[in-house]
Design a protein around this ligand. Structure first.
Ligand SMILES: NC(=O)c1ccc[n+]([C@@H]2O[C@H](COP(=O)([O-])OP(=O)(O)OC[C@H]3O[C@@H](n4cnc5c(N)ncnc54)[C@H](OP(=O)(O)O)[C@@H]3O)[C@@H](O)[C@H]2O)c1
Length: 428
């Protein structure tokens, strides 16, 4: 196959600019590795005259990304505009309908429309690839669909949002409060002016929903991901967790339980000395448990021009070599709609209570926990001021339902001064 692979790029921002740079720098290398030239023929963005720091004069320009997706001189469309609907969706659908391969970094779009788009691609006999959409430069989709294809997947777990990991590790390392670290992250360009999608866990949940589909053969089901962001993680909890040998991470976890698919994106405690506990700054990490291989760990940069362009070009190179695998690792028509797990899996929990400092309160609390079958592993009472007694408990493994019932009872006590905090401890 010596015909060139002709690509079009819709979107010339951080990611699109990186792709242009990579193709311009490594054109010769790409050709040698793919066995055919990989060339850009056409591009699109909103503003034609913006200086993007790269020479775009050799490429045809389209104002409309949908027109770009229809061009006869294009075999593959790279969509890097963003947005779950609108021009991105229209561009991708048009490309697929016109028999063109698509590579995208757009997790929000695929989390919503992944199943329909996968069916569209597979019916048209073209590839739809999205390595860059999950954990940036880390080749985790490839690891799951290819490297681990012989394994039953038992659990996927990971830190998939660099902004959140930066904020939590800065809080842990410097003792600065959430709001101050978020402001720094915005100044450093690690967080958007409107950080909600990142700190609220939504961006990472989009990624988890895509990985769940590949791992468990289910239709992408973003709506069933239980999402809790990092906004309510306090410095006290970070310090208490560290005292007990844990770090707090915004952790995505997916596993198949007897009653359905569990998908959670929430702050969890992990052992400080584990690979996840050691992960600092804007890095991402995904941990996969397979039934034959055991545990594998993937770490790397989760965002940025270079890492994201790297992931996009990995997909492009597979297509250039003629490798077309099903979008979610098996034919989309065979993906099943799983129920969401109602009970979730059992775990140990970190609990923090603010209690009135009076005789008998501790005994009452312990007996309520005991009545619901929640047993105490470790307990630490922090310096009380004569009025309040902050109490931290690490439980043994328990069901969330039992814990919630116990916490509701404890909250209702007159001696309970604030809602208890409960954070799951994930085993590694
Ligand atoms: N940045 C990262 O590190 C990263 C990592 C992983 C995944 N992603 C994903 O990659 C995608 C792109 O991200 P990015 O950071 O590169 O975004 P960006 O810097 O904001 O760039 C977006 C590009 O899309 C163009 N665009 C927007 N609307 C358009 C329209 N209606 N018609 C034509 N062009 C349009 C913009 O044109 P103008 O330049 O003319 O305004 C811009 O060039 C998103 O889906 C994002 O979630 C990004």
């Amino acid at each position: 196959m010596t015909q060139p692979l002709r690509i079009a790029i819709a979107g010339l921002g951080t990611v699109g600019g990186g792709i242009v740079k990579m193709v311009q720098k490594h054109g010769h290398l790409l050709e040698k590795r793919a066995g055919r030239p990989v060339v850009i023929t056409a591009i699109s963005a909103r503003s034609r005259n913006k200086d993007r720091g790269v020479d775009l004069s050799a490429y045809a320009w389209e104002d409309d990304p949908v027109a770009l997706a229809r061009r006869d001189d294009v075999d593959l469309v790279i969509e890097v505009m963003g947005g779950e609907d609108g021009p991105a969706k229209a561009c991708v659908e048009t490309a697929l309908q016109n028999g063109k391969h698509v590579v995208t970094a757009n997790k929000a779009m695929l989390a919503m429309h992944g199943q329909a788009m996968a069916e569209m691609a597979e019916n048209a006999g073209v590839a739809l690839r999205y390595e860059a959409a999950v954990a940036g430069g880390i080749p985790i989709v490839k690891a799951l669909t290819e490297g681990l294809a012989g394994n039953g997947i038992l659990r996927i777990m990971g830190v998939m949002n660099g902004t959140c990991n930066y904020i939590l590790t800065e809080m842990e390392n410097t003792g600065a409060a959430y709001g101050d670290v978020l402001k720094d992250a915005q100044e450093l360009g690690y967080a958007e002016a409107d950080p909600t999608v990142d700190v609220g866990g939504i961006d990472a949940a989009h990624k988890l929903a895509l990985l769940s589909s590949v791992a468990f053969g289910t239709k992408v089901d973003f709506a069933s991901v239980q999402i809790e962001g990092i906004e309510r993680v306090t410095l006290d909890d970070i310090k208490n967790a560290r005292d007990m040998g844990y770090s707090i991470k915004l952790l995505g976890v997916a596993r198949m339980n007897p009653d359905g698919l569990e998908q959670r994106m929430q702050p969890c405690l992990v052992p400080s000395n584990s690979p996840l506990g050691q992960l600092s700054g804007v890095s991402n990490m995904v941990v996969v448990d397979g039934d034959f291989i055991g545990q594998t760990v993937y770490q790397g940069p989760g965002a940025g021009e270079g890492p994201t362009a790297s992931a996009i070009m990995a997909d492009v190179m597979d297509i250039a070599r003629g490798l077309i695998i099903p979008v979610f690792g098996q034919p989309a028509a065979g993906l099943v709609k799983s129920d969401a797990s109602g009970t979730g899996s059992d775990a140990a929990y970190y609990l923090r209570f603010s209690l009135q400092d009076q005789a008998g309160v501790l005994a009452t609390l312990a007996s309520i926990l005991g009545n619901y079958g929640v047993s105490i592993n470790r307990m630490h009472q922090y310096g009380h001021d004569g009025k309040t007694a902050p109490l931290v408990i690490v439980t043994h493994t328990t069901s969330r339902a039992a814990l919630d019932n116990a916490l509701a009872k404890i909250s209702a006590l007159a001696a309970s001064l604030a809602a208890p905090v409960a954070l799951r401890i994930e085993t590694i």
